[in-house]
Design a protein around this ligand. Structure first.
Ligand SMILES: *Cc1c(COP(=O)(O)O)cnc(C)c1O
Length: 384
Protein backbone atom coordinates (compact mmCIF):
# COMPACT_ATOMS: atom_id res chain seq x y z
CA UNK A 1 0.00 0.00 0.00
CA UNK A 2 1.49 3.33 -1.04
CA UNK A 3 1.59 6.41 1.15
CA UNK A 4 -1.12 8.29 -0.68
CA UNK A 5 -3.45 5.33 -0.48
CA UNK A 6 -5.69 4.66 2.44
CA UNK A 7 -8.61 2.46 3.43
CA UNK A 8 -11.63 4.31 4.75
CA UNK A 9 -13.88 2.19 6.96
CA UNK A 10 -15.45 5.01 8.96
CA UNK A 11 -18.53 5.62 6.82
CA UNK A 12 -20.89 5.77 9.80
CA UNK A 13 -19.02 8.95 10.84
CA UNK A 14 -19.27 10.47 7.38
CA UNK A 15 -19.03 9.43 3.75
CA UNK A 16 -17.16 10.68 0.71
CA UNK A 17 -19.30 13.01 -1.40
CA UNK A 18 -20.21 11.33 -4.68
CA UNK A 19 -18.76 13.08 -7.77
CA UNK A 20 -22.25 13.20 -9.33
CA UNK A 21 -23.45 15.00 -6.21
CA UNK A 22 -20.60 17.50 -6.52
CA UNK A 23 -21.50 18.05 -10.20
CA UNK A 24 -25.15 18.70 -9.38
CA UNK A 25 -24.14 21.22 -6.71
CA UNK A 26 -21.58 22.92 -8.96
CA UNK A 27 -23.99 23.20 -11.86
CA UNK A 28 -26.45 24.90 -9.57
CA UNK A 29 -23.99 27.22 -7.85
CA UNK A 30 -22.38 28.42 -11.07
CA UNK A 31 -25.72 29.68 -12.37
CA UNK A 32 -28.04 30.36 -9.45
CA UNK A 33 -27.55 32.31 -6.30
CA UNK A 34 -30.75 34.25 -5.64
CA UNK A 35 -32.51 34.13 -2.30
CA UNK A 36 -35.58 31.87 -2.55
CA UNK A 37 -37.47 34.36 -0.37
CA UNK A 38 -36.96 37.19 -2.90
CA UNK A 39 -40.05 37.98 -4.96
CA UNK A 40 -38.26 38.77 -8.26
CA UNK A 41 -38.11 36.19 -11.02
CA UNK A 42 -34.67 34.88 -9.95
CA UNK A 43 -35.87 34.40 -6.39
CA UNK A 44 -39.00 32.65 -7.63
CA UNK A 45 -37.01 30.24 -9.78
CA UNK A 46 -34.74 29.48 -6.82
CA UNK A 47 -37.86 28.81 -4.73
CA UNK A 48 -39.06 26.42 -7.44
CA UNK A 49 -35.77 24.53 -7.35
CA UNK A 50 -35.98 24.25 -3.56
CA UNK A 51 -39.56 22.97 -3.69
CA UNK A 52 -38.69 20.45 -6.41
CA UNK A 53 -35.93 19.08 -4.18
CA UNK A 54 -38.35 18.88 -1.26
CA UNK A 55 -40.86 16.98 -3.39
CA UNK A 56 -38.22 14.43 -4.43
CA UNK A 57 -37.24 13.71 -0.83
CA UNK A 58 -40.94 13.55 0.12
CA UNK A 59 -41.55 10.98 -2.63
CA UNK A 60 -38.63 8.90 -1.40
CA UNK A 61 -39.86 8.61 2.20
CA UNK A 62 -43.56 8.74 1.23
CA UNK A 63 -44.83 11.95 2.79
CA UNK A 64 -46.23 15.27 1.60
CA UNK A 65 -43.67 17.92 0.78
CA UNK A 66 -45.23 20.25 3.37
CA UNK A 67 -44.31 17.65 6.01
CA UNK A 68 -40.56 18.14 5.41
CA UNK A 69 -38.33 20.79 6.96
CA UNK A 70 -34.77 21.10 5.66
CA UNK A 71 -32.17 21.56 8.39
CA UNK A 72 -28.40 21.86 8.71
CA UNK A 73 -28.20 18.13 9.42
CA UNK A 74 -29.26 15.32 11.71
CA UNK A 75 -28.29 17.10 14.92
CA UNK A 76 -30.44 20.14 14.22
CA UNK A 77 -33.38 17.98 13.12
CA UNK A 78 -33.20 15.97 16.38
CA UNK A 79 -33.06 19.21 18.39
CA UNK A 80 -36.04 20.75 16.59
CA UNK A 81 -38.11 17.57 16.99
CA UNK A 82 -37.47 17.03 20.69
CA UNK A 83 -37.30 20.60 21.98
CA UNK A 84 -40.00 21.79 19.57
CA UNK A 85 -42.73 19.37 20.67
CA UNK A 86 -41.77 19.69 24.35
CA UNK A 87 -42.37 23.43 24.16
CA UNK A 88 -45.96 22.85 23.01
CA UNK A 89 -46.96 20.66 25.98
CA UNK A 90 -49.10 21.72 28.93
CA UNK A 91 -47.44 21.58 32.35
CA UNK A 92 -48.95 18.16 33.11
CA UNK A 93 -47.37 16.51 30.06
CA UNK A 94 -43.75 16.39 31.11
CA UNK A 95 -42.52 12.82 30.48
CA UNK A 96 -40.48 11.37 27.60
CA UNK A 97 -39.30 7.83 26.92
CA UNK A 98 -36.07 7.23 25.00
CA UNK A 99 -33.16 4.80 25.12
CA UNK A 100 -29.63 4.74 26.48
CA UNK A 101 -28.24 3.91 23.03
CA UNK A 102 -29.37 7.07 21.22
CA UNK A 103 -26.97 9.38 19.40
CA UNK A 104 -25.65 12.34 21.40
CA UNK A 105 -27.85 14.69 19.35
CA UNK A 106 -30.89 13.07 20.98
CA UNK A 107 -29.34 12.41 24.40
CA UNK A 108 -28.10 15.99 24.76
CA UNK A 109 -31.45 17.46 23.66
CA UNK A 110 -33.15 15.28 26.28
CA UNK A 111 -30.55 16.36 28.87
CA UNK A 112 -31.46 19.97 28.19
CA UNK A 113 -35.15 19.16 28.78
CA UNK A 114 -34.27 17.40 32.05
CA UNK A 115 -32.51 20.60 33.19
CA UNK A 116 -35.72 22.45 32.38
CA UNK A 117 -37.70 20.09 34.64
CA UNK A 118 -38.96 17.43 32.23
CA UNK A 119 -38.64 13.81 33.22
CA UNK A 120 -37.00 11.29 30.85
CA UNK A 121 -36.95 7.50 31.16
CA UNK A 122 -34.13 5.80 29.23
CA UNK A 123 -34.63 2.12 28.38
CA UNK A 124 -31.60 -0.13 28.06
CA UNK A 125 -30.80 -2.19 25.00
CA UNK A 126 -30.66 -5.95 25.44
CA UNK A 127 -27.45 -7.92 24.86
CA UNK A 128 -28.24 -7.85 21.13
CA UNK A 129 -28.31 -4.04 21.11
CA UNK A 130 -32.07 -3.83 20.57
CA UNK A 131 -34.74 -2.12 22.70
CA UNK A 132 -37.97 -3.85 23.70
CA UNK A 133 -41.29 -2.35 22.46
CA UNK A 134 -43.21 -4.02 25.31
CA UNK A 135 -40.97 -2.44 27.91
CA UNK A 136 -41.51 0.96 26.30
CA UNK A 137 -45.28 0.52 26.45
CA UNK A 138 -45.08 -0.52 30.12
CA UNK A 139 -43.26 2.75 30.91
CA UNK A 140 -46.00 4.93 29.41
CA UNK A 141 -47.56 7.32 31.95
CA UNK A 142 -50.46 9.74 31.64
CA UNK A 143 -47.82 12.51 31.49
CA UNK A 144 -45.88 10.92 28.58
CA UNK A 145 -45.99 13.01 25.39
CA UNK A 146 -43.02 11.76 23.36
CA UNK A 147 -41.11 8.58 22.59
CA UNK A 148 -37.81 8.98 20.73
CA UNK A 149 -36.00 5.83 19.59
CA UNK A 150 -33.39 5.68 16.83
CA UNK A 151 -34.13 3.50 13.79
CA UNK A 152 -30.59 2.17 13.39
CA UNK A 153 -27.85 2.39 15.98
CA UNK A 154 -24.74 4.14 14.70
CA UNK A 155 -22.24 2.03 16.66
CA UNK A 156 -23.67 -1.45 16.06
CA UNK A 157 -25.90 -1.04 13.02
CA UNK A 158 -28.72 -2.79 14.88
CA UNK A 159 -32.24 -2.08 13.62
CA UNK A 160 -34.79 -1.10 16.26
CA UNK A 161 -38.44 -2.22 15.93
CA UNK A 162 -39.69 1.30 15.19
CA UNK A 163 -42.94 0.22 13.54
CA UNK A 164 -43.89 -1.87 16.59
CA UNK A 165 -42.95 0.88 19.03
CA UNK A 166 -44.92 3.50 17.10
CA UNK A 167 -47.92 1.17 16.97
CA UNK A 168 -47.78 0.59 20.73
CA UNK A 169 -47.36 4.19 21.86
CA UNK A 170 -49.42 6.19 19.37
CA UNK A 171 -52.68 4.68 20.66
CA UNK A 172 -52.09 6.70 23.86
CA UNK A 173 -51.81 9.89 21.83
CA UNK A 174 -48.04 9.96 22.36
CA UNK A 175 -45.83 11.39 19.60
CA UNK A 176 -43.19 9.10 18.12
CA UNK A 177 -39.85 10.43 16.84
CA UNK A 178 -37.10 8.37 15.27
CA UNK A 179 -33.54 9.34 14.36
CA UNK A 180 -33.18 7.52 11.03
CA UNK A 181 -29.82 9.02 10.03
CA UNK A 182 -28.17 5.58 9.81
CA UNK A 183 -31.23 3.92 8.32
CA UNK A 184 -31.53 6.11 5.21
CA UNK A 185 -30.04 4.25 2.27
CA UNK A 186 -29.66 1.04 4.29
CA UNK A 187 -33.30 0.18 4.94
CA UNK A 188 -36.13 0.85 2.50
CA UNK A 189 -38.63 2.49 4.78
CA UNK A 190 -41.59 4.74 4.40
CA UNK A 191 -42.78 7.09 7.13
CA UNK A 192 -46.48 6.30 6.63
CA UNK A 193 -46.00 2.53 7.08
CA UNK A 194 -43.64 3.04 10.01
CA UNK A 195 -46.28 5.16 11.71
CA UNK A 196 -43.88 7.73 13.14
CA UNK A 197 -44.81 11.38 13.72
CA UNK A 198 -41.29 12.72 13.24
CA UNK A 199 -38.19 11.31 11.58
CA UNK A 200 -34.64 12.64 11.18
CA UNK A 201 -32.38 12.16 8.14
CA UNK A 202 -28.96 13.57 7.20
CA UNK A 203 -27.12 14.09 3.93
CA UNK A 204 -23.46 13.41 4.72
CA UNK A 205 -24.03 9.79 5.80
CA UNK A 206 -25.27 8.90 2.30
CA UNK A 207 -22.50 10.44 0.14
CA UNK A 208 -24.14 13.87 0.16
CA UNK A 209 -22.51 17.09 1.39
CA UNK A 210 -22.23 18.05 5.03
CA UNK A 211 -24.60 20.67 6.39
CA UNK A 212 -27.92 19.36 5.09
CA UNK A 213 -30.58 17.18 6.62
CA UNK A 214 -34.31 17.07 7.09
CA UNK A 215 -37.00 16.48 9.65
CA UNK A 216 -40.25 14.81 8.65
CA UNK A 217 -43.13 16.16 10.73
CA UNK A 218 -46.52 14.50 10.27
CA UNK A 219 -49.18 16.99 9.26
CA UNK A 220 -51.04 18.29 12.31
CA UNK A 221 -48.18 17.69 14.79
CA UNK A 222 -48.01 20.53 17.33
CA UNK A 223 -44.42 21.81 17.25
CA UNK A 224 -42.89 25.13 18.16
CA UNK A 225 -39.89 26.97 16.79
CA UNK A 226 -36.63 26.90 18.74
CA UNK A 227 -34.78 29.53 16.69
CA UNK A 228 -35.93 32.86 15.32
CA UNK A 229 -35.49 34.93 12.19
CA UNK A 230 -37.05 35.13 8.75
CA UNK A 231 -39.45 32.20 9.35
CA UNK A 232 -38.09 29.99 6.57
CA UNK A 233 -38.99 26.28 6.62
CA UNK A 234 -42.42 26.79 8.22
CA UNK A 235 -40.83 29.02 10.85
CA UNK A 236 -39.03 25.99 12.33
CA UNK A 237 -35.65 26.71 10.83
CA UNK A 238 -35.12 30.38 10.14
CA UNK A 239 -32.22 31.44 7.95
CA UNK A 240 -31.64 31.46 4.19
CA UNK A 241 -31.82 27.88 2.95
CA UNK A 242 -28.55 26.14 2.00
CA UNK A 243 -29.81 25.27 -1.46
CA UNK A 244 -26.55 23.89 -2.93
CA UNK A 245 -26.29 21.45 -0.01
CA UNK A 246 -29.99 20.57 -0.28
CA UNK A 247 -29.57 19.88 -4.01
CA UNK A 248 -26.58 17.65 -3.23
CA UNK A 249 -28.53 15.86 -0.51
CA UNK A 250 -31.45 15.13 -2.81
CA UNK A 251 -29.11 14.02 -5.61
CA UNK A 252 -27.55 11.55 -3.15
CA UNK A 253 -31.05 10.30 -2.26
CA UNK A 254 -31.88 9.80 -5.95
CA UNK A 255 -28.67 7.82 -6.40
CA UNK A 256 -29.69 5.54 -3.52
CA UNK A 257 -33.00 4.96 -5.16
CA UNK A 258 -31.35 3.93 -8.42
CA UNK A 259 -29.54 0.84 -7.14
CA UNK A 260 -30.42 0.30 -3.53
CA UNK A 261 -30.38 -3.51 -3.54
CA UNK A 262 -27.22 -3.98 -5.58
CA UNK A 263 -25.22 -1.55 -3.43
CA UNK A 264 -26.43 -2.97 -0.13
CA UNK A 265 -25.79 -6.52 -1.27
CA UNK A 266 -22.24 -5.61 -2.27
CA UNK A 267 -21.54 -3.83 1.01
CA UNK A 268 -23.03 -6.67 3.04
CA UNK A 269 -20.90 -9.29 1.27
CA UNK A 270 -17.74 -7.31 2.01
CA UNK A 271 -18.80 -6.80 5.63
CA UNK A 272 -19.45 -10.55 6.04
CA UNK A 273 -16.08 -11.34 4.51
CA UNK A 274 -14.30 -8.93 6.86
CA UNK A 275 -16.17 -10.22 9.90
CA UNK A 276 -15.81 -13.93 9.16
CA UNK A 277 -12.12 -13.50 8.44
CA UNK A 278 -11.50 -11.62 11.69
CA UNK A 279 -13.40 -14.23 13.70
CA UNK A 280 -11.54 -17.12 12.11
CA UNK A 281 -8.05 -15.59 11.97
CA UNK A 282 -7.86 -13.71 15.26
CA UNK A 283 -8.44 -15.65 18.45
CA UNK A 284 -10.86 -14.32 21.04
CA UNK A 285 -12.66 -11.86 18.77
CA UNK A 286 -16.44 -11.51 18.83
CA UNK A 287 -19.07 -9.46 17.04
CA UNK A 288 -21.02 -7.09 19.29
CA UNK A 289 -24.79 -6.85 18.88
CA UNK A 290 -27.31 -8.79 16.87
CA UNK A 291 -25.83 -10.11 13.62
CA UNK A 292 -29.16 -10.61 11.89
CA UNK A 293 -31.14 -7.46 12.58
CA UNK A 294 -28.46 -5.19 11.28
CA UNK A 295 -27.85 -2.83 8.37
CA UNK A 296 -25.37 -3.96 5.73
CA UNK A 297 -22.47 -1.63 6.45
CA UNK A 298 -21.51 -1.80 10.13
CA UNK A 299 -19.49 -4.34 12.08
CA UNK A 300 -18.66 -3.74 15.75
CA UNK A 301 -15.95 -6.14 16.88
CA UNK A 302 -14.46 -6.95 20.26
CA UNK A 303 -10.72 -7.67 20.10
CA UNK A 304 -9.60 -9.75 23.01
CA UNK A 305 -6.95 -7.92 25.00
CA UNK A 306 -6.38 -5.11 22.48
CA UNK A 307 -7.31 -1.62 23.66
CA UNK A 308 -9.34 0.23 21.03
CA UNK A 309 -7.27 3.44 21.27
CA UNK A 310 -4.12 1.43 20.60
CA UNK A 311 -5.78 -0.47 17.76
CA UNK A 312 -7.06 2.76 16.17
CA UNK A 313 -3.60 4.35 16.35
CA UNK A 314 -1.88 1.32 14.87
CA UNK A 315 -4.44 1.10 12.05
CA UNK A 316 -4.18 4.83 11.41
CA UNK A 317 -0.40 4.57 11.06
CA UNK A 318 -1.06 1.96 8.36
CA UNK A 319 -3.52 4.36 6.69
CA UNK A 320 -6.66 2.56 7.79
CA UNK A 321 -9.46 4.75 9.17
CA UNK A 322 -11.94 3.28 11.63
CA UNK A 323 -13.56 4.45 14.87
CA UNK A 324 -14.33 3.08 18.27
CA UNK A 325 -18.03 3.67 18.73
CA UNK A 326 -19.14 7.03 17.47
CA UNK A 327 -16.75 9.62 16.10
CA UNK A 328 -18.09 12.18 18.55
CA UNK A 329 -16.92 10.05 21.45
CA UNK A 330 -13.63 8.79 20.20
CA UNK A 331 -11.70 11.82 21.43
CA UNK A 332 -13.00 11.34 24.97
CA UNK A 333 -11.66 8.21 26.64
CA UNK A 334 -15.04 7.07 27.94
CA UNK A 335 -16.26 3.59 27.05
CA UNK A 336 -19.11 3.44 24.55
CA UNK A 337 -22.44 4.27 26.22
CA UNK A 338 -24.07 1.87 23.77
CA UNK A 339 -21.99 -1.16 24.78
CA UNK A 340 -22.24 -0.39 28.52
CA UNK A 341 -26.04 -0.10 28.15
CA UNK A 342 -26.02 -3.62 26.69
CA UNK A 343 -24.27 -4.87 29.83
CA UNK A 344 -20.67 -4.91 28.65
CA UNK A 345 -17.96 -4.16 31.22
CA UNK A 346 -15.87 -1.02 30.66
CA UNK A 347 -12.90 -3.23 29.72
CA UNK A 348 -14.86 -5.14 27.17
CA UNK A 349 -16.34 -1.93 25.71
CA UNK A 350 -12.83 -0.47 25.52
CA UNK A 351 -11.66 -3.41 23.41
CA UNK A 352 -14.33 -2.82 20.77
CA UNK A 353 -14.10 -0.94 17.47
CA UNK A 354 -16.46 -0.15 14.63
CA UNK A 355 -15.81 -0.89 10.98
CA UNK A 356 -18.29 0.91 8.72
CA UNK A 357 -18.17 0.21 5.00
CA UNK A 358 -19.48 1.93 1.91
CA UNK A 359 -20.06 1.13 -1.75
CA UNK A 360 -16.55 2.46 -2.48
CA UNK A 361 -14.73 -0.29 -0.56
CA UNK A 362 -13.12 -3.26 -2.32
CA UNK A 363 -12.09 -6.81 -1.38
CA UNK A 364 -8.47 -5.83 -1.91
CA UNK A 365 -8.83 -3.17 0.78
CA UNK A 366 -10.43 -5.63 3.18
CA UNK A 367 -7.59 -8.12 2.60
CA UNK A 368 -5.06 -5.42 3.44
CA UNK A 369 -6.96 -4.54 6.64
CA UNK A 370 -7.04 -8.22 7.64
CA UNK A 371 -3.28 -8.55 7.16
CA UNK A 372 -2.65 -5.52 9.36
CA UNK A 373 -5.11 -6.71 12.04
CA UNK A 374 -3.44 -10.11 12.23
CA UNK A 375 -0.05 -8.43 12.59
CA UNK A 376 -1.27 -6.16 15.41
CA UNK A 377 -2.83 -9.12 17.21
CA UNK A 378 0.47 -11.00 17.01
CA UNK A 379 2.31 -8.01 18.48
CA UNK A 380 -0.09 -7.82 21.41
CA UNK A 381 -1.06 -11.43 22.05
CA UNK A 382 1.95 -13.27 20.59
CA UNK A 383 1.99 -16.22 18.19
CA UNK A 384 -0.82 -18.72 18.77
C1 LIG B 1 -24.32 11.28 12.29
C2 LIG B 1 -25.54 11.09 13.12
C3 LIG B 1 -26.28 12.20 13.60
C4 LIG B 1 -25.83 13.61 13.38
O1 LIG B 1 -26.08 14.05 12.07
P1 LIG B 1 -25.31 15.38 11.54
O2 LIG B 1 -25.87 15.57 10.17
O3 LIG B 1 -23.85 15.06 11.57
O4 LIG B 1 -25.68 16.48 12.48
C5 LIG B 1 -27.41 11.95 14.32
N1 LIG B 1 -27.82 10.70 14.57
C6 LIG B 1 -27.15 9.61 14.14
C7 LIG B 1 -27.67 8.25 14.43
C8 LIG B 1 -25.99 9.78 13.40
O5 LIG B 1 -25.31 8.69 12.99
Amino acid sequence: MQMHEYVYLDNAATTKVDPEVVSAMMEHMLVYYANPSSSHFLGRSERQILENARQKLANYINCHSNELVFTSGGTEADNIAILGVAKMQSEKKNHIISSEIEHKAVLSSLGELERQGYSVTYVKANRDGIVDPEEIERLVRPETFLVSIMYTNNELGTIQPIGQIAHRVRKYGILMHSDAVQALGKIQFNVKDLGVDMLTVSSHKIHGPKGAGALYIREGTAISSMSFGGNQERGLRSGTENIPAIIGFVKAVEMLQADFWAQNEKIKNLREYLEQSILSQIKGTAVNGCKKNRISSISNVNFNNIDSDYLLKRLSSEHICISSGSACQSSSMEPSHVLTSMGYSNDSANNSVRFSLSRDNTKREIDYVLDVLVRIDRDVNGEM
